[in-house]
Design a protein. Sequence first.
Length: 344
Amino acid sequence: MLFRTAKLAQMDEFDDIIDVRTPAEFAEDHLPGAINCPVLTDEERIIVGTLYKQESPFAARKVGAALVAKNIAHHLENVFHDHPKSWRPLIYCWRGGQRSGAMCIILAQVGWAAHKLEGGYKTYRRDVLDQLETRPSQFSFRVICGPTGSGKTRLLVALAAQGRQILDLEGLAQHRGSVLGRLPEQQQPSQKSFDSQLLLALQAFDPALPVYVEAESNKIGLISLPPALFAAMHESECLLMETPLSVRVAGLLEDYRHYVEAPPLFIEHLQPLLRFHGAKCLQHWTDAILLGDCASVVGELLTLHYDPSYQRAALRNYPKLPFAQRVPAPDISQNTLEELAATL
């Protein structure tokens, strides 16, 4: 045998995990801790694929082999050159095929104990989905509820600072979970990457201790929560934050400063609300924003849109909300939230 293979359960036995897929495939998702040493670039993979379809598999393999050999040589000279003979890399591609096989053959011929991951990334992805179907039910969640701006995320931060287990879904999704929730200059991760990071978070929790999580719908921006996680949250005990409207407005102006400082962006991101509130209301908000009165717009957004929407969704998604422990927050300063966290 030119090289050995390994199963996914063995990946902790290796010094490094090498992903030989293209940079684009790696960016979408990869095994935890993997480094990207592509045997084909994004452009080269397109070239080889086009040859395969338009000319012949043989022509594609000839060109592909030359490109793969060139790229592996580059990695040997620039990435692997200082590794000792005892180095044990685990190599994978999309499904454990020719790309990872080529890298394994050459590294094994050098003298390293290179192993190819059986089934490649597809095996890992299947395992992630399988675990996301079963792990959520192992935990006792405490769902932090409350209308927009009530300080739910800040309370999570305070709980984490005190050593509690928290699941920051909005942090993992890189989105604040509303029509205005997209973070400035940040793209949401792919669904696959979110799932991988979520599983890592769940794997770190102790099932004997509660896990605090912010109430969410089943989607955060473009990201979907695994059905098993949403179902576990749906059945969980709730905490209800009670925060004055004026405090919520002030906190949102602070959290969404990028909109306050960029009125055209604020106005643009309000446009999806046109179908709910009509052109006259949108024009009223636009005029107020251009006059610098963002506070009144935020207040009206809460009372006219977010609060009614929250009331409907919260009771539907979290049936134990009427029996929730009340968490009165006269303000959402760090000191106040730390004091509240200590009581939970």
